[in-house]
Structures are given as structure tokens and as C-alpha cells.
Design a protein around this ligand. Structure first.
Ligand code: NAD
Ligand code: UDP
Ligand code: UDP
Length: 341
């Protein structure tokens, strides 16, 4: 396979202009894989906003050009259509590695591709980090804890994961990605960071990505019943996207490898979430119970003491504050969708 691809803008990313990585450095050159996706596009906004140069690598499986189009024409922004399963050559200071579908509907769509993305994609980005001496941050997931037997989950918990189930391509893929990250750190002295992200919501989520917050919000806006899977007593903890982005940047810039849980400890059953969505959008919305999916974790809530203490980070936006901000974005997109019909 000879698919090395170079950045088309070597003036921007050439080695000679290199500045040291760290707090206070100006105009870092940063790669964000998966930067056209939900979380990635908000991260790109923040990095460009503070003056860095950003290269987004994305294959647009679940991401959209619309999420980053407002940066077209900015000389510090570059978008490369590329699949991280293939190697790539670039010269940068930091790599935020987000490329991977995150919604269960999307990652189960082609499970083998999900594993390849997590394993070969992460290997390639670590190989890149090793070659150029860049700092590498992996966006892992609370799913590494599986259906947890410890509650809330601390980073020291090793998890309860089914290795042969429908979710395994994602859970085990991310666990392997963490292993690779630590092996490059120990074996090749790559500077690495690992974030374990808990359920995150906000503007720019795919409207029909099947995740619970996007489903409930779009269903309420379209005057459809809210689909609660199983008995609705399973719990999740929902983090607003700006809190996550602040956590990712804090992690990249501090001196600790991690792993760090990044999530909002506010815990809700799916029935409670449905009530908050009803309060926010339409109190007359109805609920329709549907069968649950296989291996669905019964409960999930982060213990974030480690991130609070070592990164000086904690989430600021509650579900009742964050949800209306997402609704404004979804309302606009649902209306645009209606206008096209
Ligand atoms: P998303 O699906 O919106 O974004 C993922 C992006 O990666 C998309 O733009 C997609 O096109 C791109 N991508 C997928 N496979 C790729 C490949 N092989 N090569 C290049 N690009 C590829 O998901 P998100 O919610 O923004 O999640 C971003 C990251 O955060 C993922 O790694 C995910 O596992 C992690 N995460 C997210 C959550 C959450 O609740 N949002 C929770 C835990 C972990
Ligand atoms: N790699 C890459 N870009 C680089 C350097 C490496 O995509 O700038 C890929 C490389 O193709 C390989 C992977 O990263 O598949 C791991 O690279 P490494 O050098 O660690 O291992 P090796 O190539 O020796 O297997
Ligand atoms: N869920 C639900 N209704 C939906 C979509 C999901 O009740 O329309 C439930 C799902 O069974 C799970 C929880 O919501 O218990 C969170 O699902 P999501 O897909 O958002 O994320 P996960 O945490 O499972 O990755």
C-alpha cells in the first residue's frame, strides 16, 4: 500500500516554523482527525479561535462539511478528505485523534470498519506522532467500562466488556486503541494523553444518529413519540459539548497522560431524560416503549475527581441549561428539512 499523502500547504506546516508545544505557545499546528464530526468541529472552532493552525482529516462517514464550512477561506484552516486507516504524512505539533463513529447505530453499521478505524487508524496516528515528535491525544470512551459493576466509574476500574457482542467493535476497539497508545508511550516515548469521554450532546449532532438525546429532541420537534428502549430505568450522564472541548484542551496541555474521565456526573434514567426533553420542547409529547438493544449498559456515571484535581477541570453546563442550546440548532435543521420536502 503506497498511499502516503502530504499536506498541500507546507508553508503552513513546514518543520522549520516549528514552535514548542505547551501552555502559552502561540500558533501551534494541530491535526484533528474526525474534525468534521460533532465533537471535532467544536474543538476546531476553539483551536482556530485561539489562533492555532488546524488540519482536519475526515472521511465524512458520519461527519459533514457543513460543520466546518464557516472556516473555509481561513488560511489557518485546512480540510483533507482522508481515511485514517491509510497512512498519512504531515508535520504538526499536536494530534487530537477523534476519527471513529460514536453512535451505536453508526458503529454497528460496519463493525469490521469500526475495528479497523480504531486499531489501524490509531496505529497510523501514533506512527505519525512518533515520526514527528508530536503530542497525541486519544478520545477513548466510557464504553471501555462496558456494563459496569462499579458505580460511579473511576479510571482504575478495568471494566466489564463482552468481547464478542454487537458493541464489541467499538468497546474492544477503543480498549485496543488505549493499549496501543500506552505501548507507543512506554516503547517509543511518544507524548500521549487519553480521555475517556462520557455521553456528550449539543448542536451539530447528526439529527438521525440514533443516540438518545438526538432521538428525543428530533422526535419532540417533529411531534413524534419519544422512543424509550427497554424499561427506561437505565442511566446515563450527559455532558454538554463545550465542557468536553474545554476538558480535551486542558488534558492536551497538562502534564498527565491519563486516562481521565471527561463527563458530567449528573445522572438521569432515560425516562427522566424524556421528562426534561418534554419540559424543554413540548409537554404534550408522548412516550413509546421499544425493545432494548443487546448488551446495553444498565448504568453509567463518571467519577471525575482525577480530572478535577489534576486538570483543574469540571463541567459547567447542566442538562437543563445545555438542552435548549441544542434545541435551537435542531429546530433550525428540522425546519430546513421540512422546507425541502
Ligand atoms: P461523530 O460520528 O460525529 O464524529 C466522528 C468523525 O470521525 C466524523 O466526522 C467521521 O466522518 C470521522 N471518521 C469516522 N471514521 C473515520 C475514518 N476511518 N477516517 C477518517 N475519519 C473518520 O462522533 P463524535 O460524537 O464527534 O465523537 C468523536 C470522538 O469522540 C469519537 O472517537 C468517539 O468515539 C468519541 N466519543 C464520543 C462520545 C459522545 O458522546 N459524543 C462519547 C465517547 C467517546
Ligand atoms: N505512519 C503514518 N505516518 C507517519 C509515520 C507512520 O501514517 O508519518 C504509519 C505507518 O504507515 C505505520 C504506522 O503509522 O503503518 C505505525 O508506524 P511505526 O513507524 O510506528 O511502525 P512501523 O511502520 O515500523 O510498523
Ligand atoms: N435509548 C433510548 N431511546 C432511543 C435511543 C437510545 O431509550 O431512542 C437508550 C439506549 O438504550 C441506552 C441509552 O438510551 O440505554 C443511551 O443510548 P445512546 O445510543 O445515546 O448511547 P450509549 O450510551 O448507549 O452509547
Amino acid at each position: 500500500m503506497n498511499s502516503y499523502q502530504s499536506s498541500t500547504n507546507f508553508d503552513l506546516v513546514g518543520k522549520t516554523n516549528r514552535v514548542p508545544v505547551g501552555i502559552g505557545s502561540k500558533r501551534l499546528r494541530i491535526v484533528v482527525t474526525g474534525g468534521a464530526g460533532f465533537v471535532g468541529s467544536h474543538l476546531v472552532d476553539k483551536l482556530l479561535g485561539r489562533g492555532d493552525s488546524v488540519i482536519v482529516i475526515d472521511n465524512f462517514f458520519t461527519g459533514r462539511k457543513e460543520n466546518v464550512m464557516h472556516h473555509f477561506g481561513n488560511p489557518r484552516f485546512e480540510l483533507i478528505r482522508h481515511d485514517v486507516v491509510e497512512p498519512i504524512l504531515l508535520e504538526v505539533d499536536q494530534i487530537y485523534h477523534l476519527a471513529c463513529p460514536a453512535s451505536p447505530v453508526h458503529y454497528k453499521f460496519n463493525p469490521v470498519k469500526t475495528i479497523k478505524t480504531n486499531v489501524m487508524g490509531t496505529l497510523n496516528m501514533l506512527g505519525l506522532a512518533k515520526r514527528i515528535g508530536a503530542r497525541f491525544l486519544l478520545t477513548s470512551t466510557s464504553e471501555v467500562y462496558g456494563d459496569p459493576l462499579e458505580h460511579p466509574q473511576k479510571e482504575t476500574y478495568w471494566g466489564n466488556v463482552n468481547p464478542i457482542g454487537e458493541r464489541s467493535c467499538y468497546d474492544e476497539g477503543k480498549r485496543t486503541a488505549e493499549t496501543l497508545t500506552m505501548d507507543y508511550h512506554r516503547g517509543a516515548s511518544v507524548e500521549v494523553r487519553i480521555a475517556r469521554i462520557f455521553n456528550t450532546y449539543g448542536p451539530r449532532m447528526c439529527i438521525d444518529d440514533g443516540r438518545v438525546v438526538s432521538n428525543f429532541v428530533s422526535q419532540a420537534l417533529r411531534r413524534q413519540p419519544l422512543t424509550v428502549y427497554g424499561d427506561g430505568k437505565q442511566t446515563r450522564s450527559f455532558q454538554y459539548v463545550s465542557d468536553l472541548v474545554n476538558g480535551l484542551v486542558a488534558l492536551m496541555e497538562h502534564d498527565h497522560v491519563g486516562p481521565f474521565n471527561l463527563g458530567n456526573p449528573g445522572e438521569f434514567t432515560m425516562l427522566e431524560l424524556a421528562e426534561v426533553v418534554k419540559e424543554t420542547i413540548d409537554s404534550s409529547a408522548t412516550i413509546e416503549f421499544k425493545p432494548n438493544t443487546a448488551d446495553d449498559p444498565h448504568m453509567r456515571k463518571p467519577d471525575i475527581s482525577k480530572a478535577k484535581e489534576l486538570l483543574n477541570w469540571e463541567p459547567k453546563v447542566s442538562l437543563r441549561e445545555g438542552l435548549p442550546r441544542m434545541v435551537t440548532d435542531f429546530q433550525k435543521r428540522v425546519e430546513e428539512e421540512g422546507a425541502k420536502l
